[in-house]
Design a protein around this ligand. Structure first.
Ligand code: UT7
Length: 328
């Protein structure tokens, strides 16, 4: 069996910034409440002429450059998103064309905020099986276009971003590989966090638009509790599976939804807060993009180094959750 390794990462945050003070002008909220309850200070918002694959293409080119690869080298694109350019064709196919790849396999993966960790797992399996050697995994979202800026419980949370990893088949004796991935879903809790309309169940209509069913709906407190419960469980699973203790892990890179959630997950297995990579203050919750963007930020600023053990984890609508232990 082959193993896969992360050979390059890249990320992109759109230029336009929406601060807590900007949101004070839109809904009844304030900077202090948002910072204390979530840790978020600002989010980045895509320009009107940008689609999700435009953000993804920038992140993908950076990841390719970091890996010393060209679009011609990619064998498979896995595009994790719930805010793709359109229902069809998939964003992965649009991105394949934008990057100028060969006629390789390309598909979207829908697991909401856990999408990138799911994507890493799928990419890892394709490399392990020997089917592909080089896989581009993307997490990208323009979620602000699905958020109601009259709903203070959701609009303060979300922003837009893209992150990308290049996975490659590792040399036989290379210790720096993806060690394991752990995925789960609990569909019975799907109503806690959803975007009700726009699919086959509730097609778009004027009535749907008037009722705001095309926007994200969330039961915040319930989602909070389940996020801590499930991310703690999948992190424990990853550590136990690899017989690793938390003090051997250099960095935890969790889904960036709320600093208090990340802190609670770290506390669950006595992991020091200083070793949690968080940029939630800078970008808010960017769904499938949070994990690769946070990871790439820590690679760029030198925190994440080759040879370190890194634990990634995410949680999202579904309810989905996942973890991935990497020796980087
Ligand atoms: O990717 C995964 C998806 N999402 C998440 O992970 C989000 C998970 N949930 C959360 O992060 C938190 O539950 C929130 C940040 C959404 C809310 O924080 P909370 O500490 O759970 O607050 P709460 O819902 O218990 O509300 C406390 C109070 C309420 O007022 P009352 O009923 O106590 O009078 C809310 O109406 O805060 C009020 N409130 C606000 N006040 C100012 C809710 N949103 C706001 C707001 N500004 N934006």
């Amino acid at each position: 069996m082959f193993r896969s390794k992360v050979t390059g990462t890249g990320s992109y945050l759109p230029e336009k910034v929406l601060t807590n003070f900007d949101l004070e002008k839109l809904v009844e909220t304030n900077d202090e409440w948002i910072r204390e309850r979530t840790g978020i200070e600002r989010r980045h918002i895509a320009a009107d002429d940008q689609a999700t694959t435009d953000l993804a293409a920038i992140a993908a080119r950076k990841a390719l450059a970091a890996a010393g690869k060209t679009p011609q080298d990619i064998d498979l694109i896995i595009f994790a998103t719930v805010t793709g350019d359109q229902v069809m064709p998939s964003s992965a196919c649009v991105l394949q064309h934008k990057l100028g790849c060969r006629p390789i396999a390309a598909f979207d993966l829908s697991a909401a905020c856990s999408g990138f960790v799911y994507g890493l797992s799928v990419g890892d399996q394709f490399i392990k099986s020997g089917m592909y050697k080089t896989v581009l995994v993307i997490g990208a979202e323009i979620i602000h276009r699905f958020v109601n800026y009259k709903d203070r419980e959701t609009c303060i949370l979300f922003g837009d971003a893209a992150g990308a990893f290049i996975l490659e088949r590792a040399d036989a004796n290379d210790p720096n590989v993806i060690l394991s991935t752990h995925l789960r879903a609990e569909g019975s809790l799907g109503d806690l966090f959803l975007l009700p309309a726009g699919g086959s169940k509730i097609p778009l209509s004027q009535e749907v638009l008037d009722q705001g069913l095309h926007f994200v709906k969330m039961k915040g407190r319930e989602i909070f509790k389940n996020a801590v419960r499930t991310m703690s469980a999948v992190c424990t699973e990853a550590l136990e599976h690899n017989q690793v203790t938390s003090d051997q892990v250099s960095w935890l890179v969790p889904h960036q939804a709320n600093w208090r959630i990340m802190e609670a997950v770290a506390n669950h297995f006595d992991f020091p807060k200083e070793k949690v990579v968080s940029i939630v203050h800078e970008m808010g919750n960017t769904s499938a993009a949070t994990v690769p963007v946070a990871f790439d930020t820590a690679v760029q600023d030198g925190r994440i180094q080759r040879g370190q053990l890194i634990l990634l984890t995410a949680f999202g609508a579904g309810l989905t959750a996942g973890s991935c232990l990497i020796r980087y």
